[in-house]
Design a protein around this ligand. Structure first.
Ligand SMILES: *Cc1c(COP(=O)(O)O)cnc(C)c1O
Length: 227
């Protein structure tokens, strides 16, 4: 559904206001970046959000990411890859040159990505995806292995520039469990800051305020903006 500008403005204002309220409870110096996830919505709504001041967008499929980047090439936007990357799509993603690839979820993927980046003589900024609640349905590194794997990838995959961590909050009605998954990811992020980690990406439409209160500085919001 294509939404009119006033509707999108109201939705965006509401999210920005909520971010502001949540981040102030942590620290005035805690700056939170909003990445708008466009996977459910039309291209028109993305360009309207650009008119309203939004600059960072995310997609979970390489094909859609690439076609939207091409369609909006004239605009100064940042593009984030946030979904599972299939091995046969690695070259397409590299050619798209996303700002940040947030879903580096296995050592095998890191090695394959590094090899293909090397062949193309280029680099990619990535976040390590953490499956903090150890859910079967999610990919990513366990909280236990994340710190060592981060260092391992930094050393063995020089074309990959790790910039921090990403997690999807526990799939649960129980706020305490979701909070625990955010806290566990944030603990890893804190340890990794001395390794150069700058992004702790956590929080989506249903839980971004909680995520910010747990230390997130990058949230990925979709459905809330397109209602
Ligand atoms: C879809 C998606 C989002 C946004 O989800 P909403 O609940 O619609 O805000 C955020 N992160 C990832 C990894 C996603 O796949």
């Amino acid at each position: 559904m294509i939404l009119d500008k006033e509707r999108l403005r109201a939705n965006l204002d509401e999210v920005i206001w909520n971010i502001e309220e949540a981040r102030i409870t942590v620290s005035e110096h805690n700056i939170v970046k909003l990445v708008v996830v466009g996977k459910y919505t039309e291209l028109e709504n993305i360009s309207t959000l650009y008119d309203l001041g939004q600059r960072a967008f995310g997609e979970n499929q390489v094909q859609q990411l690439k076609s939207r980047m091409d369609a909006l090439e004239a605009l100064p936007l940042e593009w984030h890859m946030i979904g599972t990357l299939q091995k046969n799509k690695i070259n397409n993603l590299i050619d798209a040159r996303p700002t940040l690839m947030q879903s580096l979820d296995s050592l095998a993927l890191a090695q394959e990505l590094n090899k293909k980046l090397e062949a193309k003589e280029t680099q990619m900024h990535c976040l390590l995806q953490i499956n903090a609640a150890n859910e079967e349905s999610k990919s990513g590194f366990s909280a236990e292995e994340a710190y060592d794997m981060y260092q391992n990838i930094q050393e063995s995959c020089p074309q990959i520039k790790l910039r921090g961590v990403m997690t999807i909050g526990a799939h649960s009605e129980d706020t305490a469990l979701i909070q625990k998954s955010f806290e566990s990811t944030h603990n890893i992020f804190e340890k990794l800051q001395k390794e150069g980690a700058t992004y702790c990406s956590m929080g989506m439409s249903a839980d971004y305020e909680l995520a910010i209160k747990c230390g997130s500085n990058l949230i990925r919001v979709g459905s809330k903006l397109f209602k």
